[in-house]
Design a protein around this ligand. Sequence first.
Ligand code: SF4
Length: 230
Amino acid sequence: MKRPRRPIKRKGAARAAESPAERRARTRKIVARLRREFPEAKCALDHTSPLQLLVATILSAQCTDARVNMVTPALFAKYRTAADYAAADPEQFQREIQSTGFFRNKTKSILGMAQALVERHGGQVPDTMETLVALPGVGRKTANVVLGNAFGKNEGIVVDTHVQRISGLLKLTRESTPEKIERDLVALVPRKDWTIFSHLVILHGRKTCIARRPKCESCRVSDLCPSSRI
Ligand code: SF4
């Protein structure tokens, strides 16, 4: 006798039916588990002031945080105020940040940004998205880093390559540009967790959900991940 066919359970199909409320609940569980796994999660760029973090974040474009942290101690000791950066000799500055890559553009951004701080903000780093992104060399991602980590303001979610890749694997977004991914994520992640979310996902991406060889078998959120291989 022919045995009746059992319906095939397909994870992707099941997730396609996930409602926004279910996705929000799943996201909250992911955040809670990653918080437990990485209780020490914080900004990986060493800094003690908004200005230092702004400079370090501009330097971190196309560069590792570890490399930036090697360069910034000498830089921060030499340039203490926005006026110090604004008065810096560009060629000398290029040499000082050379090892972070793209040093000509970064020099232009940092010295231009410092000049604008002196001219428009009395040398202080402003604490709103609108004023930050109006500074030369400062985009939304840099502004989000500074607002979240130097001012404790959850204005958005930093979308770097780890956040972009892992949000896609977790099916928290189907978008491929940072702006649209951020729009999806802010609708799912509780606002109080916007800043920590990026740090948690970055640590998860370095330890477990490694590009091209994710360790799904030891992943703390595998049962919440539609892309899990187990
Ligand atoms: S289950 Fe696998 S793909 Fe999903 S988040 Fe974990 S490591 Fe990444």
